[in-house]
Design a protein around this ligand. Structure first.
Ligand SMILES: [Zn+2]
Length: 241
């Protein structure tokens, strides 16, 4: 089976009903898999959601969530209640943590999309959108000569986008269309399957399965703090509020 990823529909949906599929364990501990979930599983450089699952009026703390072979695994201690297949449970995502993660992740999108639009020779390949030490790694040979000047230019563009209260939209697009319309994104995407992309205003869309803010209004500031070469990649660190 595959868990329905309900968090993709609405970042701001913190509570939902779902049904138990099964409980099992792996090296991380016991986990339960549901038919659908609003819990974001760790991945794509974004931390996992945490929260609670209520079953038979018992509150079960969920401490980690991961995505394995199409299933979302909710890790916790399920010893106090027996969860049967098909049983209805209520999910409560920790709101503050979800929003902090969505903020960090959205700030990362804004930063790397602007970097890619200013320097077409580099492309974002890896993100680390954790609250502390957030960064994005880029592949390619930068065309800029002076790092300080480039950082200043990126920060100016970021401020402009934030001042304009730019919109942010997640939608589905075919990879073929994406590659045709935008040359500055990876072309090795599997064809024929719709892809979820995130678009900030008139900047190029980027494929993503994370949770995002509705609007850049919710970000007070995003600032690039440093850029340096690391193992052949360019690592650009940022801060946000
Ligand atoms: Zn994203």
């Amino acid at each position: 089976m595959s868990t329905v990823l309900a968090y993709l529909e609405d970042t701001y949906k913190f509570t939902d009903k779902a049904h138990v599929e099964y409980v099992a364990n792996d090296e991380r501990g016991y986990y339960c898999v549901l038919d659908s979930t609003v819990f974001y599983p760790q991945g794509g450089g974004q931390p996992s959601d945490i929260g609670t699952i209520e079953a038979k009026e018992v509150q079960l703390p969920i401490t980690f969530v991961s995505f394995v072979d199409g299933d979302v695994r909710h890790y916790g201690d399920f010893s106090s209640v027996s969860l049967e297949k098909g049983e209805e449970v209520t999910l409560y995502v920790d709101e503050a943590r979800r929003m902090q993660n969505a903020k960090a992740h959205t700030a990362g999108h804004l930063m790397y999309t602007i970097v890619e639009s200013l320097d077409k020779n580099i492309i974002a390949v890896k993100g680390y959108h954790f609250p502390d030490g957030s960064y994005v790694e880029f592949q390619g040979s930068p065309s800029f000569y002076n790092t300080e000047t480039f950082i200043a230019e990126v920060n100016t563009k970021i401020s402009e986008a934030l001042n304009l209260a730019s919109s942010l939209e997640a939608s589905l697009i075919m990879p073929e269309e994406l590659a045709m319309r935008w040359s500055n994104i990876p072309h090795n995407l599997p064809p024929g399957k719709p892809l979820r992309v995130v678009t900030i205003d008139n900047l190029h869309p980027t494929p993503c399965g994370g949770t995002h803010l509705k609007s850049l209004n919710e970000l007070k500031c995003v600032v690039v703090t440093k850029a340096k070469r690391q193992k052949g990649n360019l690592k650009i660190s940022y801060k946000f509020e």
